[in-house]
Design a protein around this ligand. Sequence first.
Ligand code: AMP
Length: 176
Amino acid sequence: MRKEELQRLSAAIRDVPDFPKPGILFKDITPVLGDGELFEAAVRGLAETAQGTSIDKVVGIDARGFIFGAAVSMILGAGFVPIRKKGKLPWATEIESYSLEYGEAEIEIHKDAIMKDEKVLVIDDLLATGGTAQAALKLIKSIGGQVVAVSFFIELTSLGGRERLTGSRVEAILTY
Ligand code: AMP
């Protein structure tokens, strides 16, 4: 992605202090989503992280990963699979507990969402501690998916999330 495009994307992200808890500097991506050119640039950048590989399924993580992931799956001609917070998926699921920057959570995937050895690109808006993505990778591997890359719009490098994802290719469009 061009440097000028990266600068425009970065300038559009709104830092909101103390949301949703004191001490958290929340990266609000809604100004990026609300600008057609910027949203397109972000989605294109994420799709390019899978260049050279044929992707069968794009997995988006609840909830902002759905926004980027669904758009990326259209570009790649791949199916879209949601990993959801507990209790939202209606069919048989695999479940994984994890801790995140501000709390504890459980996520689920439909057991039949990915076939054995299908190539998967995982998408989320932001990498913080890496707990969410680590749990997502466990779920995908538990049902037989092969993770090609885990790609984030934003990476907060100081939280060391990348180290929790060793063994997988980790990509980020913007790093702070
Ligand atoms: P983690 O599991 O710590 O990597 O947290 C990642 C998830 O929490 C992502 O799905 C983000 O949407 C959300 N998140 C964590 N920290 C922030 C932050 N500072 N700003 C915005 N979203 C965040």
